[in-house]
Design a protein around this ligand. Structure first.
Ligand code: ATP
Length: 516
């Protein structure tokens, strides 16, 4: 099965099992907007808790904030979003499809990278055990040629984007002979800029209305509250403010499911530091954030940093953490050293002083900012695509069977324990419900009495429940149950009074957080 097929199945699975539905499906959907179903909402909340607790509860010098989506429109003038939050768009005249010019070029860059991987795979097959990948990368003329093409293209694109040279962006697309995936032609329009902010009107027409924007990032809510939080929390630099909330971008092309949405959620943390120390903090946060991702156990090799060639004019360092999705390495999180740009701009546009007084050195300054910014939905996609497995099983009688299992990190799983009476009589359902009543205050449990035990196990595997407990006739006599492990499928007899400890040890978020 190709990675594309795996991805299609994953999307279908997310819908079939109540994780993610297309928004407004009853009315044929709304482009790039999605709803989270009963299990999706739980998983999303657990991801948010993992982030919030790692940021806010584990750091004495980071506090939370929940700012409004609507903000004074001048904020977006000051931040540069009104004038510069644009994407370069291009249309194919034959298919009438619209694309982001920079994304078309990035896909071409990825093609050169894929060719290098192909060269390596071929050589590995040819040389067998004696294959030395590092040496091959350094000495193969073919690999060097592909890498040189990739680097040259990357440089040319960065240059065009930095210079805001839309004609050059189009020329790159022509020179690289990039075709429209739908029509297969190079019949392109000019490249134009497109502002990504949604706007609406606030106030009635009688009293005069104001054009306001739906925030395209949560960060500005943090910047404009910098003094409020610093003063009321008596925060000393370095300190951070963290926020989780919705953001809106009128994306030109919305593809790949919840990877690129028009309404999405961000988890951002702005860390305010003394000028001159920002690059040290940038390096620290890079490592800390990579560790947070890798702790989930999806394989260290599936992550990489992508340092930016094109730096926004206010940034002095920027990197993305990329994860290997079924459609290739893509950004899940950005880490940016934004200097004092945002606070200075708000000082200028509001006319109010935004400074920090450092009592130790007796000086006032505008702090510098290092931010970490991750999309909840992209993180959700990372988690489900890493966890989705189709497995072939051999049954006791030797026949073959398959199961779909979501090997979710137990701390993130929507349901921690399913409790199943073997039969719907003889007091077993009541016993099962008693178990849930004991555990439900600490763990999300689910009762299931329908169908055979085998079918019930499959249903729980498909939603990633780490443990299932079966209540049988012995349970009534001796207060024991069978507990089954999702990943190993092994079963064990345990006392009902031991269940809380087992679940705590294996599924509590604190287990994960303690390793950070
Ligand atoms: P991209 O280059 O993919 O458009 P970006 O660099 O504009 O992303 P940032 O502005 O750095 O993204 O936003 C921080 C994070 O917010 C991203 O790493 C991503 O996880 C998430 N994000 C941004 N745009 C979207 C979107 N349209 N849908 C879902 N998540 C998004």
């Amino acid at each position: 099965m190709t990675q594309e097929d795996v991805f299609k199945r994953l999307v279908a699975h997310c819908k079939e099992y109540g994780f993610v539905f297309p928004s407004s499906e009853l009315y044929d959907g709304l482009g790039a907007v999605y709803d989270y179903g009963q299990y999706g909402a739980e998983l999303k909340n657990n991801i948010k808790r993992y982030w919030w607790e790692a940021m806010v509860h584990l750091h004495e010098n980071i506090v939370g904030l929940d700012s409004a989506i609507f903000m004074h429109p001048t904020i977006w003038k000051a931040s540069g979003h009104v004038d510069a939050f644009n994407d370069p768009l291009i249309d194919n005249k034959d298919s009438k499809k619209r694309y982001r010019a920079d994304v078309l070029i990035e896909e071409q860059i990825a093609k050169y990278e894929a060719q290098v991987e192909k060269d390596i795979d071929k050589a590995r097959k040819r040389f067998g055990d004696s294959f030395d990948e590092k040496l091959f990368r350094e000495t193969s003329p073919q690999v060097s040629a592909h890498l040189a093409k990739r680097d040259a293209l990357q440089k040319r694109m960065a240059h065009a984007l930095n210079a805001n040279d839309l004609g050059e962006l189009r020329q790159i697309i022509i020179d690289e002979q990039i075709v429209c995936p739908v029509s297969g032609t190079t019949n392109w329009t000019e490249v134009r800029q497109f502002n990504l902010m949604f706007s609406t009107d606030m106030g009635s027409t009688a009293e005069g209305s104001n054009r306001i924007y739906l925030r395209p990032e949560t960060a500005q809510g943090i910047f404009v509250n910098f003094l409020n939080v610093q003063k009321t929390g008596r925060m000393k630099i370095p300190f951070g403010i963290a926020q989780i909330g919705k953001a809106f971008r009128n994306e030109i092309v919305a593809r790949q499911f919840i990877f690129r949405m028009r309404e999405f959620e961000q988890m951002e943390m702005q860390f305010f530091v003394k000028p001159g120390t920002e690059l040290d903090w940038f390096a620290k946060w890079k490592e800390a954030r990579l560790q947070w991702h890798q702790l989930l156990g999806f394989g260290k090799a599936n992550y990489r940093f992508h340092d930016h060639d094109k730096l926004a004019h206010y940034a002095n360092a920027a990197t993305d953490i990329e994860y290997k999705f079924p459609f290739g390495f893509k950004e899940v999180e950005g880490i940016h050293s934004r200097t004092d740009f945002d606070l200075s701009q708000h000082q200028k546009y509001s006319g109010k002083k935004i400074q920090y007084f450092d009592a130790e050195t007796n000086e006032s300054y505008i702090p510098y900012v290092v931010e970490t910014s991750i999309g909840v939905d992209r993180m959700f996609l990372q988690v489900v695509s890493a966890s989705y497995h189709e497995e072939e099983l051999t049954k006791e009688d030797g026949s073959k069977d398959t199961r779909v299992v979501l090997r979710l990190p137990p701390a993130l799983a929507p349901v921690k324990l399913a409790v199943m009476p073997l039969v719907k009589k003889d007091g077993l359902p009541d016993k099962a419900k008693d178990i849930i009543d004991r555990l439900k205050y600490d763990f999300n449990c689910q009762y299931d009495e329908k169908d055979s035990i085998g079918k019930r196990y499959r249903r729980q595997d498909a939603i990633g429940t780490p443990f299932c407990v079966t209540v049988d006739h012995h349970s009534i006599e001796d207060n024991t149950v069978t507990i089954r492990n999702r990943d190993t499928m092994s079963q064990q007899r345990v006392g009902i009074d031991k269940l809380a400890d087992i679940l705590k040890e294996k599924t509590a978020l604190s287990g994960l957080l303690k390793q950070l």
